[in-house]
Design a protein around this ligand. Sequence first.
Ligand SMILES: Cc1ncc(COP(=O)(O)O)c(C=O)c1O
Length: 480
Amino acid sequence: MGFSGGSEVQLLSKMAAGNGHGEDSPYFDGWKAYDSDPFHLTENPDGVIQMGLAENQLSFDLIQDWMAKHPQASICTLEGLDDFKDVAIFQDYHGLPEFRNAVANFMAKVRGNRVKFDPDRIVMSGGATGAHETVAFCLADPGDAFLVPIPYYPGFDRDLRWRTGVQLLPVHSDSSNNFKITMNAMEEAYAKAAAENIRVKGILITNPSNPLGTILDRATLVDLVAFVNSKHIHLVCDEIYAATVFTQPDFVSVAEVIDEVECNRDLIHIVYSLSKDLGLPGFRVGIVYSYNDAVMRCARKMSSFGLVSTQTQRLVAGLLSDDEFVGRYIFESAERLATRHERFTSGLEQVGIGCLESNSGLFLWMDLHKMLKEQSFESEMELWRVVVNEVKLNVSPGQSFHCAEPGWFRVCFANMDDEVVEIALRRIRTFVAKADLAAKKRRCWQNKLNKLSFKSRIFDDVAMSPRSPMPHSPMLRAQN
Ligand SMILES: Cc1ncc(COP(=O)(O)O)c(C=O)c1O
């Protein structure tokens, strides 16, 4: 018998062989399109511009400056060498006390010091990605579910579900009220789960929202806390964009709300990371902050699977203990995000493209529904392919965020410099202008055709011809 007797499915576990990672989605396809033809200002100026990556690179210079002034913060420098041994052999899963203190203080500062965080509740994980899985593992058994308002970050399908067997059930929201979470929708989703015999263990919210770039108001947070209390389920709040709020209204953390209202704190958990607020996704600093002692203890034991390296902890401790730096960073980063947001939204507005009004995040929720051939997700995909392959911009279609309405696209705006922003906007302008022109030509032809006898036969012939003025691209047809 040869070595290739069994199929892959037999050789591997079902989980390993399945598509739990969710890589087969337009969200990741866009990244692949970028990877195969990445834009470069001089080496590949016609390449795909990456606008599908929620990265905060606008204030990186501030961190680099700090690093240059504090070479001892890293053990990879002569100045840090004295501590090399201590750092290299430390592997306690509680984390360095100075790291936990610094992170707890930073979390408070980002929330305007209106609330305090206990360093002993700071549990490390490999980014928010690891933190979400840890929390899901602690709170739910395979088959149990979390309710998640749509549209939501596509990574949740991987992070919460893949290895835990937990389900995510959508809570409806749409543009009729600017995608606000309503308690009616929450009740409906909860009742639907009950009717299907699915045990709901909690609600997962992202505040500020990815992909919407909006924040939850205090009243909604109070309602959500009341909701989970009444059902005796959990509330998991992903607050990893907390410091990206760049205009009023101010961010309100669930930590503030539970200080103000009666509630069972055992039900409240915060997921945080330094990937967005500080723009350090490569450091993999994720935090589980649970008010529930049992969850905290279990999460801490689990952090062995995704420890933040001691070197990183040390560096982060140094960086975040510098109050002057942190204050300046939070302020400056918000200013720069506001400027970039304004540049982008006004650039889109000039060509008649609207976005959901937002005040946070690293992205815009762009409304292209008028450009769809039909109001369907197939048309959304057609349009998305044109944007990626012809306009050469990798934006993410709303359906990858489980959006209920076709025509919305997430556009990341903080992972590129000003020059690339202008190029991206120029491409959008050219594209919209071409679409407008084609629509005008088409209207003109239609008028002419209407005047001719045998109108319908001629119209069909022309429309089928490869030289037809009827645009074949869905973007062009979409001007109706
Ligand atoms: C809402 C949300 N949660 C979690 C993550 C994952 O973050 P991390 O890089 O810290 O794992 C992301 C990344 O885009 C995100 O947008």
